[in-house]
Design a protein around this ligand. Structure first.
Ligand SMILES: *[C@@H]1O[C@H](CO)[C@@H](O)[C@H](O)[C@H]1NC(C)=O
Length: 140
């Protein structure tokens, strides 16, 4: 009896672990943004130009990029960027809110370029983190 109970508890735990794994894998996949309003799905943010919180996140992304670049700056002369504006944004609920930003910024004496940034914000922890910042591959 005790043995059966323990075994079924172990099976339950194993099943839970598998379900959890799938849930994590699913929510971590950018391609999960299929259905609108679905948990883990990506939703487009409207009126990005006038959304101060989103523009602030864009500025933060460029600042972080500058910061991580200033260490390399002395070595390979990497360029800093000047933030212009966020032109497109999507958000996704994960453990926090994940923002996918399309940012316009420019290096000194260069034309504006578009970059893709991913930022995770956890308001209850007063934290935000830049996960990715890279030149945008395609401009429509
Ligand atoms: C990034 O560095 C450049 C050059 O030092 C500076 O002009 C710019 O204001 C910095 N930050 C942002 C957010 O643009």
């Amino acid at each position: 009896m005790a043995l059966t109970l323990r075994r079924s508890a172990m099976v339950t735990q194993a099943v839970l672990a598998i379900v959890l794994l799938f849930a994590v894998a699913y929510s971590a996949t950018p391609a999960a943004g299929l259905g609108r309003g679905m948990v883990g799905g990506r939703t487009k943010i409207k009126d990005v130009e006038t959304n101060e919180a989103v523009q602030e996140l864009g500025r933060y992304s460029v600042e972080e990029y500058n910061r991580s670049h200033s260490k390399r700056h002395e070595v390979d002369g990497g360029e800093h960027l000047v933030f212009s504006q966020v032109v497109e944004a999507e958000k996704q609920v994960v453990s926090g809110i994940k923002y996918y930003l399309k940012i316009e910024a420019m290096a000194i004496d260069k034309l504006p370029e578009t970059f893709d940034a991913v930022v995770v914000v956890k308001p209850w922890m007063h934290s935000k983190e830049l996960l990715n910042f890279s030149p945008s591959p395609a401009i429509k």
